[in-house]
Design a protein around this ligand. Structure first.
Ligand SMILES: [Zn+2]
Length: 192
């Protein structure tokens, strides 16, 4: 795979010259979505996004895991803070998707794969103070309802003390099969 990438890159450089643009997103927007491989390229096409338009932040599940929600302070919040205070972002959109892997985490499959790859789930749960298997499942960011989860993440971002109070934060669901977008959150009351 790595060699394929490097070979492709040579051909890419031979055929393409990218315009020089700055690192501040011209649409002043940060968009959070999932790492799902079916979103590669399709995500930008479905939303009409071009290079330089927005900051794209991806986490497994487009989520902030439950243990990280209490203080609204994790790498995703730090990235948003950087985008807002350093790069001119003034709007955030959270985009969950249908058929998300994190909406159907099977605890037995999770721990089985961990064991097969040499990680002892029980030992990890004890050492990291996760409580039990449910704590491990929450730690990885699992959820049951993607609509509810996007709304919760929107609320965590809206209420984070690290971010501006009136930051517009909205939620969407993208249908992974068709690219159709559906709003899920109460729209931010703003004219921006
Ligand atoms: Zn996903």
């Amino acid at each position: 795979m790595l060699n394929d990438i490097l070979e492709h890159n040579k051909r890419f450089l031979a055929s393409t010259t990218l315009p020089q643009i700055g690192h501040a997103p011209r649409k002043h927007t940060a968009i959070i979505t999932c790492m799902d491989c079916r979103l590669v390229t399709t995500f930008e096409q479905a939303l009409g996004l071009e290079r330089g338009d927005v900051l794209e932040l991806r986490t497994a599940g487009a989520t902030i895991s439950k243990p990280d929600r209490a203080h609204a302070n994790n790498d995703l919040i730090r990235s948003l803070a950087g985008g807002i205070y350093l790069l001119g972002v003034r709007r955030v959109i959270v985009v969950g998707h249908t058929e998300c892997g994190l909406s159907k985490v099977n605890p037995a499959a999770l721990t089985g794969t961990m064991q097969a790859l040499g990680v002892d789930p029980e030992q990890l749960i004890q050492k990291e103070g996760l409580g039990d298997i449910n704590g491990l499942v929450e730690w990885i960011g699992a959820f049951t309802d993607v609509h509810l989860n996007v709304q919760e993440v929107v609320n965590v971002i809206r209420n984070s003390p690290f971010l501006p109070k009136n930051l517009p934060v909205d939620g969407l669901i993208i249908n992974i099969q068709t690219g159709a977008l559906t709003p899920v959150s109460q729209p931010t009351q703003t004219t921006a």
